[in-house]
Write a protein that binds this ligand. Structure first.
Ligand code: ADP
Ligand code: NA
Length: 353
């Protein structure tokens, strides 16, 4: 059987925001004690939308790494590294470009969103992004991927690529003795698998955090409005201002989750409170049902500051010593390479190089 192994990552395209923290990084922390965990700063993905100014990529990579550590990712328990330092990602991505079909990529909604109207002028890398993401995961034969809900479609594509590779090369995988028995054999799938069919881990009250300015758009680093997101580097004043200005409706909070239907802004703030407090939305509404936003927002501000301030301080402390961060990334890249290299060696044998 495949060894249980977690892989996930964040792009160094700016600072981490509350959506990245609640939807992804905070949920990685408890996994460190349950499985082997690998967390990557995905800098090769960060160039799909354009090459940042000189120095920006390195700065953002250090910031994301500091945020990981400040959020509780422990370099002693997890491998932390940046993607460009382990060559196997790019090599396997190329091979997957030849496994995946153009039609699969054309169906990706994130590509359509990010490319916008001028699709012909988007980079080829932006279109092939999910193929690199599949390579990130499968270069380690990772079995579990904790991400936000926005990544669901890309993870399905990772599963499709793994499946097609396992099927297309079934005979060679068997002959070379590089597969493991298929835990769920069926007439359509081979007896032995080379890549695992990765399980997405998308659960909890914060799988998708929305913009504070528009309850239908996801909170994102690429949103031009800084009021739309809470950054992990925001101080108490900034957090307070952004939550006070967050868009809401005039109604009081309902006492049951059903009452949040068609109230995206209210649902978003309740979801954020729930995730920060480690509660369900129902529990939050039991406490605040019937109250106005004028009462709920100050409680949310207090909670957000209580959770985020220690992390912000720790990030500042870490960023004051970039050499320490670089050392973590270097050791992480060596540990990651030690896993990915033998896997790629087998991949080369399977495809016949
Ligand atoms: P962004 O979309 O801000 O550029 P990334 O693409 O680097 O962020 O995503 C990093 C991780 O954060 C992924 O697991 C993604 O699913 C998660 N994530 C990003 N935005 C949100 C959000 N608004 N709510 C929940 N999770 C999110
Ligand atoms: Na994303």
């Amino acid at each position: 059987a495949f060894k249980p192994r977690v892989f996930s990552g964040v792009q160094p395209t700016g600072n981490l925001h509350l959506g990245n923290y609640l939807g992804a990084v905070s949920r990685w922390v408890p996994l460190q004690d349950q499985m082997e965990t690998i967390f990557c700063v995905v800098d090769l993905h960060a160039i799909t939308a354009g090459f940042p100014d000189r120095g920006e990529l390195q700065k953002a990579t250090r910031e994301v790494t500091a945020a990981y550590i400040a959020a509780g990712i422990d370099p002693k328990k997890s491998i932390i590294f940046n993607q460009s330092q382990v060559r196997e990602h790019a090599e396997l991505a190329w091979i997957f470009n030849c496994v995946a079909r153009i039609g699969w990529m054309n169906r990706m909604t994130q590509f359509k969103d990010k490319a916008g109207k001028n699709r012909e002028n988007a980079s080829l890398g932006l279109l092939a992004y999910p193929s690199l993401m599949a390579a990130d995961i499968l270069a380690y034969k990772a079995t579990h991927v904790p991400v936000g809900d926005d990544q669901k479609q890309h993870l399905e594509l990772t599963r499709d690529i793994a499946q097609k590779f396992n099927n297309d090369f079934a005979d060679r995988i068997k002959d070379l003795g590089v597969g493991v028995p298929n835990p769920e054999p069926s007439p359509e799938t081979p007896e032995e698998l080379f890549f695992p069919i990765t399980e997405p881990m998308i659960a909890g009250p914060a799988t998708r955090i929305f913009s504070l300015r528009d309850g239908t758009k996801k909170m994102s680093k690429s949103d031009p409005s800084d009021l739309s997101r809470i950054n992990l580097t925001d101080d108490a004043d900034a957090i307070s201002k952004k939550i006070r200005k967050a868009k809401t409706d005039p109604e009081a909070l309902p006492s049951e989750v059903d009452g949040l239907k068609d109230r995206p802004e209210a649902e978003n703030l309740v979801g954020i409170y729930a995730a920060l407090a480690g509660k369900t939305k129902a529990e939050v509404l039991t406490e605040f049902g019937g109250q106005q936003f004028s009462a709920f927002k100050p409680a949310l501000i207090d909670l957000a500051v209580e959770v985020l301030a220690p992390m912000t301080n720790e990030m500042r402390r870490l960023l004051a010593d970039p050499a320490e961060i670089d050392a973590v990334l270097k050791a992480g890249a060596e540990a990651a390479s030690a896993i990915a290299e033998p896997i790629l060696k087998d991949v080369r044998k399977v495809i016949g190089f």
